[in-house]
Design a protein around this ligand. Structure first.
Ligand SMILES: *Cc1c(COP(=O)(O)O)cnc(C)c1O
Length: 405
């Protein structure tokens, strides 16, 4: 039973006393959410344009998603992968419909999905060279973020993330995003794969250009490398297509996804093409919790709502208006806001310096956003955000910029 003396007012003290201090947490306690809004413990409302870092795709507590989880929780929550259950097969089928012929492996987070990509690259290297441990290198991008596990962290060339954890997993090298030659220069006989985010999120909202993705596909085909795309942040409709790479017209060999897939319930997945899928054989990889009936019910509910409410078309249309309004702000406040990057509901505001004071001021004015890179504010509305909510975010950003001007 929970301690009756625990009240909402001492949450901050409990964190101070008992929670590991590995986050620079905002001084805000959230207790309730609905759609694009959340409320704090004093009853103040905020427009949540963090979406829990690109996770709450349907906003908070969407009724279809809530009902799906409630129903499944009362029926069957966990089976392990010793057995089948209907939801995992169905969610795999629907993800394959979006990605193309292939198969899906389920896990629980973005970090785990990236780890599966890296292990897939290693297995491809073995089949390519006929030797275990020879062909294992992976070329990644500068400013990349592939999670905090050892493989993904080793693929994340940022001192603040790698510091203190050496030795790292060997074999990763880093080209300049959108500079194909810099990637080609790093490929050698021991290279197994290229891994990039289609749009870098944590690194500051840096999209791969269409030409760059097409070039990477050709480079991979020439050298028998896997093209691995990390769509953990930019996938699941965030850019107005189900996967962000779709607009480039290329097909990768594998895709990592997570964040938005469960709409707030933890789930990760890797799609791999039919050829690569067979690299994984019984015993070669696994996870106890991967693709539970409950997690897959959440994922299916997210896909249902994306389809029924035509959210992809809405994100495409509404983001054009919204981004144009943000670009106008950059013209009005050129000393603060240097530019607007990104696509759909994955947008970066490039600030003139440290984004933290702006993030704080926006929060104090009722808009929650996330810092990224060194000088970027990431704005991540839920896919269900209305035109009015998008317009309100622009008004709040204008207010904050005007106060600082
Ligand atoms: C968030 C993120 C990850 C890590 O996901 P977790 O669920 O936090 O492990 C990996 N790659 C990208 C691109 C991300 O944005």
């Amino acid at each position: 039973m929970s301690d009756p003396t625990i009240t909402r007012t001492n949450t901050a003290d409990l964190y101070d006393a008992h929670v590991v201090k590995n986050y620079a947490r905002a001084a805000l306690t959230l207790t309730r959410g609905l759609g694009a809004q959340v409320w704090d413990d004093a009853g103040n409302a905020y427009l949540d344009f963090t979406s829990g870092i690109a996770v709450s795709a349907l906003g908070h507590c969407h009724p279809h998603w809530v009902a799906a989880i409630q129903r499944q929780a009362a029926e069957l929550v966990h089976t392990s992968n010793l057995f089948r259950h209907p939801n995992q097969g169905e969610l795999a089928r629907r993800l394959v419909q979006y990605a193309g012929p292939g198969r899906v492996f389920f896990c629980n987070s973005g970090g785990e999905a990236d780890e599966a990509l890296i292990k897939l690259a290693r297995l491809h290297g073995v089949s390519k060279s006929g030797e275990d441990g020879k062909c294992y290198k992976i070329v990644c991008a500068k400013m990349a973020f592939h999670g905090r596990m050892f493989g993904g962290m080793s693929a994340t060339p940022q001192e603040k993330i790698q510091k203190g954890f050496r030795p790292l997993v060997p074999g990763f090298s880093f080209g300049e995003l959108n500079n194909l030659q810099s990637f080609a220069d790093l490929v050698d006989a021991d290279t197994a794969a290229i891994l990039v985010e289609t749009i870098q999120g944590e690194g500051g909202v840096n999209p791969c250009t269409q030409e760059f993705l097409i070039g990477l596909r050709k480079l991979c085909d020439q050298h028998n490398l896997l093209l691995l795309l990390d769509e953990v942040q930019c996938g699941i409709g965030r850019t107005g297509t189900f996967y962000a790479f779709e607009s480039a017209g290329v097909r990768p060999d594998a895709i990592a996804m997570a964040k938005g897939l469960g709409g707030g319930f933890p789930i990760g997945a890797v799609w791999t093409s039919e050829n690569c899928a067979n690299l994984f054989q019984p015993g070669s990889h696994g996870t106890t919790f991967g693709g539970t009936p409950l997690a897959c019910a959440a994922g299916l509910a997210v896909l249902d709502v994306i389809e029924k409410e035509q959210l992809l078309a809405k994100v495409r249309a509404q983001s054009l208006v919204w981004i144009a309004a943000l670009e106008k702000l950059a013209l009005s406040f050129p000393k603060h806001l240097l530019g607007v990057r990104g696509r759909g509901y994955l947008v970066g505001l490039q600030m003139n310096g440290d984004p933290t004071p702006y993030v704080t001021a926006l929060r104090e004015n009722g808009l929650l956003v996330v810092a990224a890179g060194n000088n970027v504010i990431r704005v991540l509305p839920p896919l269900v955000a209305t035109p009015e909510e998008l317009a309100k975010s622009v008004a709040i950003i204008r207010t904050v910029l005007a106060a600082k001007a």
